[in-house]
Design a protein around this ligand. Structure first.
Ligand code: UDP
Length: 313
């Protein structure tokens, strides 16, 4: 029975990853400080192979017994959260990644970090391949997340090259689905709850900025495939088939929920990327991975998980 440590394991992606690893026969140690994660996300897990540890990864991590995989997902992934806690964001990317890598080195485990499409910043190359170095404002409000992740990638590659740690880097693009926190602040979760509550959907700017949205199950499948591969270079994981403007996303959510809500336009945040779409050639080649769930189907599944009835097209 392989053992996996999942930092951020009570969060949105982390809790889905714990489910999948348990399903594949792993023993899972879920490490989370519950700052943005929640015990609700793991409350359904009734498995002797699962253990929860309330711990902040900015402090050194120690785990008893052998560990085969360290999945380092702990982060303040939503702009609302990292702008509210900028120093915590920098610390979890730096100290937190250092400690998670130290654990992997000590246990001779394979290490996977959840990096981000934010390493590409406001991109001047479209779609974004892994070879693109990005366009990030280091001292802007998003720098506390983007630069933390860029530093975390540099640290990870150094542990690989100089310390012999077996590492993987997943650059995760916008992902959505059940267990996103209601007040997480991201577009998909704001829109779905606003639509269900009959409130106006808050589109920032003129809504022409794009994101490419990947359903959580597709993303988690890719993460596990990357962990099981021998790949060390960064791999984009996201859905290139669903690049939509934020206005289109709002309209799609209204259609799928059957809501009578309108759209209201609000101020565009500073340094908000204008476009974003993954080039997933490497994931296709190295992992034979690609997303399978389209945007409307993913939104329908999310609605069902929320106990609501989607409108059939
Ligand atoms: N956004 C929006 N309305 C919201 C929340 C976000 O129009 O209620 C916009 C935001 O300005 C950005 C896009 O949606 O252009 C995606 O934002 P999100 O926070 O979901 O992800 P990220 O910016 O990290 O890709």
């Amino acid at each position: 029975m392989p053992t996996s440590v999942v930092t951020g394991g009570a969060g949105f992606l982390g809790s889905h990853l714990c489910d999948r690893l348990l399903g594949e026969g792993h023993r899972v140690v879920c490490v989370d400080n519950l700052e943005t994660g929640s015990l609700e996300n793991i409350a359904h897990i009734r498995d002797d192979a699962f253990m929860f540890v309330n711990h902040d990864v900015t402090e050194p991590i120690s785990v008893d017994g052998p560990v085969d995989f360290v999945f380092h997902l702990a982060a303040l992934a939503s702009p609302v959260d990292y702008m509210r806690m900028p120093l915590a964001s920098l610390k979890v990317g730096s100290y937190g990644t250092h400690h998670a890598l130290g654990l992997a080195k000590w246990k001779r485990a394979r290490f996977l970090i959840s990096s981000t499409s934010e390493v590409y910043g406001d991109p001047q190359v479209h779609p974004q391949p892994e070879t693109y170095w990005g366009n990030v404002n280091p001292i802007g409000p998003r720098g506390v997340y983007d630069e933390a992740k860029r530093y975390a990638e540099a640290l990870t590659m150094t542990y690989h090259d100089q310390q012999g740690v077996d590492t993987a880097i997943a650059r995760i693009f916008n992902t959505y689905g059940p267990r996103m926190r209601r007040n997480d602040g991201r577009a998909s979760v704001n829109f779905i709850h606003q639509a269900l509550e009959g409130k106006p959907l808050t589109v920032y700017g003129d809504g022409s900025q794009t994101r490419s949205l990947c359903y959580v199950d597709d993303l988690i499948r890719g993460l596990v495939m990357l962990a099981m591969s021998g790949e060390h270079l960064p791999v984009n994981l996201g859905n290139p088939d669903h690049e939509v403007t934020m206005l289109e996303l709002a309209q799609t959510v209204i259609a799928v929920t059957g809501s009578s809500s309108d759209v209201v336009f609000e101020a565009l945040p500073t340094d908000d990327p204008q476009i974003r779409r993954p080039d997933i050639t490497r994931a296709r080649q190295v992992l034979a991975w690609q997303p399978e769930i389209d945007l409307e189907e993913g939104l329908r599944r999310w609605l069902v998980a929320l106990g609501r009835e989607p409108v059939r097209a």
